[in-house]
Design a protein around this ligand. Structure first.
Ligand SMILES: [Mn+2]
Length: 473
């Protein structure tokens, strides 16, 4: 049945000549003439859109619309879609569930804020504007990424937005590389709604500040996090910065949980497993004692923290998570490798004892020696610390490799050690240290070169200072 489409250009991709046209709903069109944002165009089509895109022979430009008219139309479509998706029903169902699990004032407040974020997400999505979703590469971050992925899958049933990009973030800051990458992508488009960047489970740090400030000025930034960051000015300047600390809660409300709440407005697909895996991964007090969540958490931590799986895309991970048999198989594989590598680590530890507290050091080359796929060193030191402290009580674990020294400290002794101040003072007295960062229980030092001499000197000084702090107590 031939029919005609008349609408306004709401997003233009100048690289491949693909456009989103907004009539009473959004549609994609590939054009052989150049169109501009807000052009009113019409074309005839005789077939259904293939892969979500029309390719008419002739497109007629009839005139120009204005921005506000189009924005209003997109907004009312987004609201109608929210009704169709059952936003308010979904909200009540999820809120009732959450309030049993987490009895804090923060939860209903966060729901209200996340509903606004979800609506903003819908506006961007249905306008066809580019969306980049960056999630941290650990069990919590990827659980959040997967929850949003399941929401996007639901939205793609209504309209295929071809401009959604997924990035697994391998740093804790929104660093310059990521910022430049995102700007290069966004610059390929003109869109009625600002391009949208979504950040999950990272970036609440000073190293992110210039990039974050600029992004928030130029684009739409939805940022879901649970890392403490005491920069009040930043908190106040961000419209869609949902950090559990801002709502009077703390890191126990994980980024994966926040992303799950966000997604629950849009999709009624079950995201319980992801939510629980996120809580287990980040040792939240709200984590349920569930075998399947523990398995999912191990698998997600493993595939995001092991080099062999670093090329796995979010779609592949999503398929894996939804395949029980494959998940269990992957869990056994992960446990196997982790146990072996932890065993190797334990038998290669050097132990310095101070006041009954173990300070353990490990040369990570001992783990890499067998040439197999190994877990990333930062992740490894956390696992090793978990095992050591479970066996021997409060402990300090230091893993060093190449240019890095990674330190983990049990919570109950972290305050008296004051790791961040200690690392900063070491940085000031050793010219070979390039940088240091982290928090009271997990931090690292980066050397300027991989030379062993300077690294060992810093390591000795670090052990001496930690011993002193423990003795003083
Ligand atoms: Mn997290």
């Amino acid at each position: 049945m031939p029919f005609s489409v008349r609408g306004i250009v709401s997003c233009a991709n100048h690289v491949n000549g693909e456009y989103t046209i907004f009539s009473d709903r959004p549609v994609n069109v590939k054009s052989n003439i150049v169109l501009e944002l807000y052009d009113i165009i019409s074309f005839n089509v005789s077939t259904v859109a293939e892969l979500g895109i029309y390719t008419p022979d002739i497109i007629t430009i009839e005139g120009k619309s204005n921005k506000q008219e189009l924005i209003d139309r997109i907004s009312s479509y987004a609201h109608a879609s929210a009704d169709l998706l059952g936003f308010s029903k979904n909200k009540n169902v999820m809120l009732a569930k959450m309030q049993v699990m987490i009895k804090t004032e923060a939860i209903p407040k966060m729901f209200d804020a996340l509903e606004i974020c979800a609506m903003e997400f819908l506006k961007s999505f249905f306008s066809g504007s580019p969306i980049i979703i960056r999630f941290h590469n650990d069990g919590d971050g990827v659980s959040g990424g997967l929850a949003v992925y399941s929401a996007v899958m639901r939205l793609q049933e209504i309209f295929v937005n071809k401009n959604v990009f997924w990035e697994m973030q391998r740093t804790i800051a929104y660093d310059l590389d990521s910022y430049i990458n995102d700007n290069l992508i966004f610059r390929n488009y003109d869109s009625a709604e600002n391009p949208l960047l979504m950040i999950i489970d990272f970036a609440s740090s000073d190293a992110s500040l210039p990039q974050i400030s600029d992004t928030a000025k130029k684009y739409k930034l939805i940022w879901l996090d649970h890392h403490i960051y005491e920069n009040k000015a930043l908190f106040d300047s961000m419209h869609y910065y949902i950090n559990s600390w801002n709502f009077g809660s703390d890191s126990n409300i994980t980024a994966g949980l926040i992303a799950s709440i966000f997604s629950s407005f849009i999709t009624d697909a079950s995201i319980d497993l992801l939510m629980n895996a996120s809580l287990v991964s980040d040792h939240s007090i709200y984590a349920l004692d569930s075998a399947s969540a523990a398995e999912a958490s191990t698998v997600l931590d493993f595939i995001t923290g092991t080099r062999a799986y670093s090329s796995m895309g979010i779609g592949e991970i999503y398929k894996l998570v939804n395949d029980n048999a494959k998940m269990h198989e992957m869990y056994l594989h992960a446990e196997n490798i982790l146990n072996e590598q932890i065993e190797t680590g334990l038998s290669n530890l050097k132990i310095h004892s101070s006041n009954g507290i173990r300070i353990c050091t490990l040369d990570f080359d001992k783990i890499k020696e067998d040439g197999r796929d190994y877990i990333l060193p930062g992740r490894y030191s956390s696992k090793l610390q978990d095992v050591i402290s479970a066996k021997y009580g409060d402990a300090v674990t230091i893993v060093y490799y190449n240019r890095f020294i990674s330190v983990r400290i049990s919570k109950s002794i972290s305050e008296r050690i004051g790791l961040i101040n200690m690392l900063n003072s070491i940085k000031n007295s050793f010219s070979d240290v390039e940088s240091c960062g982290g928090h009271t229980e997990a931090a690292s030092i980066k050397m300027k070169t991989p030379d062993e001499g300077p690294l060992m000197a810093v390591l000795r000084e670090l052990i001496k200072q930690i011993q002193n702090k423990i003795m003083q107590a």
